[in-house]
Design a protein around this ligand. Structure first.
Ligand SMILES: Nc1ncnc2c1ncn2[C@@H]1O[C@H](COP(=O)(O)OP(=O)(O)O)[C@@H](O)[C@H]1O
Ligand SMILES: [Mg+2]
Length: 249
């Protein structure tokens, strides 16, 4: 569904993506893993057109998005729902208004219809009873779920999660991972892309895994492929070993 063909991206003299090729299958949960600073966030920013590559082609739903102009790219971005590491909620808005916000931006639904959609989205993440609360009155897990409800409210084709569980306590992290699976199961038309460096959760949750290293996709495959790999770099990363060809910087 999403394909990178020889995508390169430099910032100044630093090459982040080096003719990378990768494929993200439709309706599945794909995890993108790799060391910090390896280009995972840069990769998903290319998918939604927040960054443009120096060279190469990106295909989404059979369209080459790399040639889109700004207006077309704005349109393209509506296909996506995004959950960031920090939930990025508006502190001065209630939970309900936070979730309604994208509908106000992108649709002309009535207030009543927006509210119904937001409530449906909040129910899906298990937050039926905190609609009138403010983000500061929520637990970390509830904030995360509010962010997820907001990402879902526009019926996205693709859900992008950038390190949704980094810095969370293990129980909340597991709850979020379970929600990713629940949503992908309940909404079978949705494609999920998750950036993570939690290897255990990746192996337990992913249908497909892509590891980025030195600007390339060093390995793409299902969890079994990753468990059985003989690639020394991938093996080292999976085992979390300090010794090996890969330097932890
Ligand atoms: N807008 C930018 N301008 C300059 N450098 C950037 C920009 N965005 C990312 N980088 C650099 O690109 C590299 C990869 O970043 P990133 O994709 O955020 O890593 P991660 O894999 O941890 O998500 C880092 O060295 C980062 O400093
Ligand atoms: Mg990142």
């Amino acid at each position: 569904m999403i394909a990178f063909e020889n995508i390169s991206k430099k910032f100044g003299n630093t090459t982040v993506l080096d003719e990378i090729c990768l494929q993200i299958p439709k309706n599945k949960i794909t995890f993108i893993i790799g060391r910090s600073g390896e280009g995972k966030s840069v990769t998903i920013k290319h998918i939604i057109g927040l960054l443009r590559p120096d060279s190469g082609r990106i295909i989404v739903d059979d369209e080459e998005i790399t040639t889109f102009n700004t207006a077309r790219m704005r349109q393209h971005r509506k296909k996506f729902g995004m959950l960031f590491q920090h939930s990025a909620l508006f502190d001065s808005m209630s939970v309900l208004d936070n979730v309604i916000f994208p509908l106000r931006e992108h649709t002309s639904l009535s207030r009543q219809a927006m509210r119904a959609k937001a409530e449906e989205s909040l129910a899906r993440v298990g937050l039926g009873d905190v609609l009138q609360r403010y983000p500061s009155e929520l637990s970390t897990g509830e904030q995360k779920r509010t962010g997820l409800a907001r990402a879902l409210v526009n019926d996205p084709h693709v859900l992008l999660y950038d390190e949704p569980t980094t810095g969370m306590d293990p129980l909340i992290a597991e709850m979020i991972d379970n929600l990713i699976v629940k949503i992908n199961t309940e909404l079978p038309e949705v494609t999920s892309v998750v950036i993570s460096h939690d290897i255990k959760a990746t192996l337990a949750t992913a249908d497909q895994i892509i590891m980025i290293y030195k600007g390339k996709a060093v390995l793409e495959g299902d969890p079994a492929t990753f468990r059985n790999t003989r690639d020394p770099v991938v093996g080292q990363f999976m085992a979390g070993r300090v010794e090996g060809p890969m330097q932890f910087i």
